[in-house]
Write a protein that binds this ligand. Structure first.
Ligand SMILES: [Zn+2]
Length: 443
């Protein structure tokens, strides 16, 4: 008798779990709001292709969104109704519910701002405003151009010679290009190492894996398309030859512990904890700085201290057919170049301001100016500068996520975990596993 009852109970539970949309009255307000948020994001995607970067929720939700998308105006109103529900649980006694509610409120604000941008020829409100509304980011790490002069001077001293500094840097970097016939092997080895080092600290599902493809004609240098079921498609753009430092940078950023692992944690929150909002990953979302920052910082997580240099020199250089004797010099140059990365913010801010102002104020030379600033302050070739500006054309203020996100995550991990490796990974994991907003990482 007891056993039959147990079996009946199990069947009832199984029936519940298998139902796509249980009775609203039986569900908690936060989960109802979360499902509506997912539907909102899927409908926004019908107005802006690419808005949804990854989705692994019920297929019928996406079919319904595509079959009958509401207007931008109606979606705005819908988002406010969802926010009313979210606001009703901001003071909930349950920690997770409260944090999910705060995170979703910011996600709704981001969605509404994006709808404004899609719906109109939206005026430029400034990089800081877009960063705040789309990505919940405040206090961007801005520096005026003179801040970079001492860094440029130190690089100039490393590479004495004639001609513009960016050309000298390019000539030096050309000696570290991975030849195309070795690229596959080098990338696979790099990703394999990032995976092993990540798996030593994070519990990843047995079936997780990725597929890698080489592509051309893109404004990004690599992209992770998370497919669901713990699988990713990682595309690497070969428009510009890849130098040896890019192997670990891309492997960690797109793969482990970066975007592929972030996708796995999102899916876990959706499937195991039953949090619907994690089934969708909009590109413009308050998690973007955490994802991009986590991707960039991932290489320091997996290769602390001198371990990156050692692995590149001893393993990747020989595999790429490069002379390991040059590894230290290139590593030092790379470190200095990294300090120039934040100049992307100042360049993008000026370019977007000049390029997006009302037509009568528009600076016709804005694009050329931005390309030259990119060459002069990031010390890259014209081709790479054009690629970076094309990225800004396409994704507008998205660039803030790389620069500001990396600073945010590095400072957080250093502050809460110090030098202890286990504690550092635990801090890094918390950002992916718990409902987190950029401001949660600030002191
Ligand atoms: Zn990324």
């Amino acid at each position: 008798m007891g056993r039959i009852f147990c079996m009946l109970l199990l069947l009832a539970l199984a029936a519940c779990a298998g139902t796509a949309a249980p009775q609203a009255g039986a569900r908690r307000a936060i989960d109802v709001a979360a499902e509506q948020y997912v539907r909102l994001a899927l409908e926004i995607d019908t107005h802006e292709e690419g808005y949804v970067d990854a989705y692994f929720g019920p297929r019928e939700w996406r079919d319904q969104a595509r079959a009958n998308p509401r207007s931008i105006y109606e979606l705005q109103r819908f988002s406010w109704r969802i926010e009313d529900e979210v606001n009703s649980v901001l003071q909930d006694r349950d920690d997770d519910t409260r944090r999910r509610a705060f995170a979703m409120r910011e996600a709704l604000r981001s969605a509404r701002f994006r709808l404004d941008m899609i719906g109109h020829d939206f005026p430029w409100a400034g990089l800081g405003t877009e960063a705040e509304f789309l990505f919940a980011l405040k206090d961007l790490p801005y520096y005026e151009f003179p801040h970079y002069e001492p860094i440029l001077a130190s690089i100039d001293a490393m590479l004495p010679g004639e001609g513009p500094l960016n050309e000298r840097v390019e000539a030096f970097r050309a000696r570290y290009v991975i030849s195309p016939d070795r690229l596959q092997a080098v990338m696979e080895r790099a990703i394999g190492e990032c995976r092993a080092r990540t798996r030593a600290h994070l519990l990843l599902p047995e079936n997780e894996s990725f597929r890698m493809e080489f592509v051309t004609g893109k404004s990004w240098s690599a992209y992770n398309w998370y497919q669901g079921n713990n699988q990713s498609l990682i595309q690497v753009n070969t428009d510009i030859p890849l130098t040896i430092d890019r192997a670990l940078a891309l492997a960690c950023h797109e793969g482990y512990p970066g975007h592929h692992v972030q996708g796995i944690y999102n899916e876990r929150n959706y499937r195991e904890r039953g949090w619907p909002e994690y089934s969708v990953a909009p590109l413009y979302h308050p998690s973007a700085p955490l994802n991009e920052g986590g991707g960039n910082f991932g290489v320091e997580m997996a290769f602390p201290g001198d371990e990156r240099l050692a692995f590149e020199r001893d393993t990747l250089y020989p595999l790429a057919g490069l002379d390991p004797a040059g590894a230290r010099a290139y590593h030092d140059l790379q470190q200095a170049l990294n300090e120039l990365q934040s100049a992307r913010l100042m360049i993008a801010a000026g370019y977007l301001r000049d390029g997006l102002f009302a037509a009568q104020f528009r600076n016709p030379n804005a694009r050329e100016l931005a390309i030259e600033q990119t060459m002069n302050y990031l010390l890259v070739s014209r081709a790479r500068a054009e690629q970076l500006i094309a990225f800004t054309d396409h994704y507008r203020s998205y660039v803030v996520n790389y620069v500001a996100g990396e600073v945010l995550i590095r400072d957080y991990v250093n502050r809460v975990a110090g030098d202890e490796e286990g504690a550092r990974w635990a801090a890094f994991e918390r950002i992916m596993s718990e409902p987190t907003l950029p401001r949660d990482l600030q002191p």
